[in-house]
Design a protein around this ligand. Structure first.
Ligand SMILES: C[S@@+](CC[C@H](N)C(=O)[O-])C[C@H]1O[C@@H](n2cnc3c(N)ncnc32)[C@H](O)[C@@H]1O
Length: 289
């Protein structure tokens, strides 16, 4: 199948484009719709020829040629089981309907929509609009990160990726090579748990839980608080408890090191928490070759 034009909605830092390049799919134009200036900066610094279209709500003004592949992960806060369950009334999740309108208008040969796990009734609404059931894939199969996501696509024959057996320890930098991190070891309270949790700080709220590096990381998040905030806290050395560094988060999303360099650390964490795990996308897009 010859792919000429790709339209990536909610493009973020273009993780989908990294996947396309990794597979070696050739195309002529990569159109991206994104409104976050930091994400656009990272997309453009990695792929200067990206054609940025701005706000998806203005899609009727775009006037694009035939689109062969439409992909996107619409903002998920309204659907998320960790969010407030605001569902389709949340203005962010309403953007899903822009995806549907664009799909119906351009009728691309292939589409891919990614989203978080959500209540079955919301999932069914999306499936009804798209005419396909989602496949659930955990990024843990291809990286050291637990990240369960749903993928709706008409690309045929998507199976589960093979388990690469990577654990967090495999992708971490040695503590001694990292500058300026806060070590929470002295205030850690150990916990005995069969899960990957080894300790807590304070009351052990979500961002204050400490995990082992012998298993997978927790899911990187764009918006979450606590001392481990968007990455979680890990017992990385005998006496070290710390957050993950941006480079380490890039590895958890199968991105090249320093891919998100050029903006503040806080922005890097946010965008990486929003991003796609590249090798899950590679696995799916491989079937259009
Ligand atoms: C879940 S993230 C998608 C990240 C992307 N898949 C990646 O690989 O980086 C959703 C993105 O939608 C963007 N967004 C929110 N409202 C938008 C709008 N009205 N038009 C275009 N993009 C929007 C956000 O800025 C955010 O980057």
């Amino acid at each position: 199948m010859k792919i000429t034009n790709i339209l990536s909605l909610f493009d973020g830092i273009s993780c989908g484009r990294v996947a396309l390049d990794r597979i070696g799919i050739e195309y002529e134009n990569y159109y991206a719709s994104e409104i976050d200036k930091y994400a656009i900066k990272i997309a453009q610094s990695n792929f200067p020829d990206t054609i940025q279209l701005g706000d998806v709500k203005n899609w009727k003004e775009w006037n694009l040629p035939q689109i062969d592949l439409l992909m996107g992960g619409s903002p998920c806060q309204g659907f998320s089981i960790t969010g407030k369950q605001l569902n389709f009334e949340d203005p962010r999740s309403k953007l899903f309907f822009e995806f549907v309108d664009i799909l119906n208008y351009y009728k691309p040969k292939y589409f891919l929509l990614e989203n978080v796990r959500m209540k079955q009734e919301y999932q069914d609404i999306i499936s009804n609009y798209l005419g396909v059931q989602p496949i659930k894939i955990n990024s843990a199969l291809v990286s050291a990160q637990n990240r369960n996501r749903l993928y709706w696509t008409n690309i045929p024959n998507i199976s589960q990726p093979l388990d690469k057996g990577i654990i967090l320890k495999d992708v971490l930098d040695g503590d001694e090579s990292i500058e300026n991190f806060i070590n929470y070891f002295d205030i850690m309270k150990p916990v005995n748990s069969k899960s990957n949790r080894v300790g807590i700080i304070g009351k052990g709220g979500q961002g204050d839980r400490i995990y082992t590096t012998d298993k997978k990381s927790v899911t990187l998040m764009a918006e979450s608080g606590g001392r481990g905030a968007k990455t979680g806290l890990y017992l990385t050395g005998e006496k070290t408890v710390r957050m993950l560094m941006p480079n380490e988060c890039e590895r958890l999303q199968n991105l090249p090191d320093n891919y998100t360099e050029g903006v503040s650390k806080a922005q890097r964490y946010k965008m990486l928490g929003n991003g796609w795990t590249v090798d899950v996308i590679t696995h799916i897009l491989n079937n259009i070759k």
